[in-house]
Design a binder for this molecule. Structure first.
Ligand SMILES: [Zn+2]
Length: 323
C-alpha cells in the first residue's frame, strides 16, 4: 500500500489552531497578519503569490459591507460582522489554495509515477468523482478536466501514491521473458512506440513487418483453430499500437487488476504470437476473422490479431493484460 494524501488530514496537520479561532479579515478588508503567516507556513513553499480566489472573497466581503452601509440598515461594526459572516467562505478558499499548492509540490515530486484515486471525505462528495474511486492514473492526469484529487475547488478526494514500480510490477517470469527478446524485435516495437507517442492518430501510417510465422507456430495454430497460415507474416501498425496504449496503457485510467501496457511490454506482442499458450478463432459478423492469443507470463496477456487472407498476414489489433 502506497503513502496516502487526504486534503482534510493535511489541513489538520498544517493549519495552526489560531487559523480557526482568530479573525482573518482586517477592518480595511485585507488579510490579518496572522492569516497570512498561517497561510505561508502551511504552504511551505515561500514566495508563492496568494491565490486570486482568496482576494476575490475579500472583495466580495467589501462589496457587501458597502451595500449594507449604503442601505443604512447597519452601523459600521454591525455591517462588518454581517459582511464577513463567520469568515467561512474565506477559510475554505484559503484551505483550498493551501491544498492546491501542496498538490503541485507533490506532482513535481511524483512526476512520472502513478496514483490511485481515493474516496472523498466530503459530506456531499461529487458523484462524478465517485466514479473514479480506486482507479489508477498517471500523475498529472485525473478527472475529465485533468484535475487530480484536491485540485478542483471543494474536492476532498484523496490520493494513494503508487510509484512506477508498483503499477508496472514486472513479474520475475516477465523479466526473464523480456530478457530473451531479440534486439531485432526490440528495435521494431520501440519504433512503433515512439511513433504512437509522437503522432497519435495523425499521419500514423507506420507499418512494421515482423516476418514469417515459424513453422512450429503455424502447426500449433492449425491444430487449435483449423486455420492454415503457412507463409503468413505478422505485422503491426502505428494506429493499433496507439489504441493498445491508450485503451490499456499509459494515457488513461486503469481499472484495478489491469496491467499497464508500456514500451517494454509492447516487445511481448510478436513473441506472444510466436509462443502463445492458447489460441482461438473469432468469426466477426462482417466476415472478418480474428485470432485471440493468450499467454501467461506472470500476468494473463491477451492479444487479438486480424487474419488477412489475401495479403497473407496477421495484423495486430489489440493487446491487454490482467493480473
Ligand atoms: Zn473529488
Amino acid at each position: 500500500m502506497g503513502e496516502r494524501f487526504y486534503p482534510d488530514r493535511f489541513l489538520k496537520q498544517v493549519m495552526p489552531k489560531s487559523f480557526y479561532t482568530q479573525g482573518l479579515v482586517s477592518k480595511n478588508f485585507s488579510l490579518q497578519k496572522g492569516a497570512i503567516s498561517a497561510m505561508n507556513r502551511a504552504r511551505l513553499a515561500t514566495g508563492r503569490p496568494i491565490d486570486k480566489t482568496v482576494y476575490d472573497v475579500l472583495l466580495q466581503y467589501k462589496a457587501k459591507y458597502k451595500d449594507l452601509i449604503a442601505a443604512e440598515d447597519f452601523g459600521k461594526a454591525q455591517a462588518f460582522e454581517a459582511a464577513v459572516g463567520g469568515e467561512n467562505l474565506l477559510r475554505q478558499r484559503i484551505e483550498q489554495a493551501v491544498v492546491f499548492d501542496k498538490i503541485q509540490d507533490l506532482k513535481a515530486k511524483h512526476k512520472g509515477e502513478f496514483y490511485r484515486w481515493m474516496p472523498s471525505s466530503a459530506e456531499n462528495p461529487d458523484p462524478q468523482h465517485g466514479l473514479l474511486y480506486g482507479k489508477i492514473f498517471r500523475v498529472g492526469e485525473g478527472d475529465k478536466e485533468g484535475n487530480m484529487p484536491g485540485e478542483r475547488y471543494g474536492c476532498q478526494c484523496g490520493i494513494e501514491w503508487l510509484g512506477e514500480e508498483e503499477v508496472l510490477m514486472y513479474s520475475s517470469q516477465e523479466k526473464a521473458f523480456l530478457g530473451h527478446i531479440s534486439q531485432n524485435i526490440t528495435i521494431k516495437t520501440d519504433a512503433l512506440y515512439e511513433n504512437a507517442i509522437k503522432h497519435n492518430f495523425q499521419n500514423n501510417n507506420l507499418t512494421v513487418n515482423f516476418g514469417k510465422l515459424p513453422s512450429k507456430t503455424v502447426r500449433k495454430i492449425e491444430k487449435q483453430t483449423g486455420e492454415s497460415l503457412k507463409g503468413f507474416v505478422f505485422k503491426m501498425d502505428g494506429e493499433s499500437v496507439f489504441h493498445a496504449l491508450s485503451g490499456h496503457g499509459e494515457y488513461k485510467e486503469i481499472e484495478s487488476g489491469q496491467v499497464v501496457i508500456d514500451k517494454k511490454r509492447l516487445r511481448l506482442i510478436p513473441h506472444i504470437v510466436w509462443k502463445f499458450d492458447r489460441v482461438s478463432l473469432e468469426n466477426k459478423k462482417n466476415g472478418m476473422r480474428r485470432l485471440k492469443f493468450q499467454k501467461k507470463i506472470g500476468h494473463h496477456f491477451t492479444e487479438i490479431v486480424t487474419i488477412g487472407k489475401k495479403k497473407k498476414h496477421l495484423l495486430f489489433k489489440t493487446f491487454y493484460g490482467k493480473q
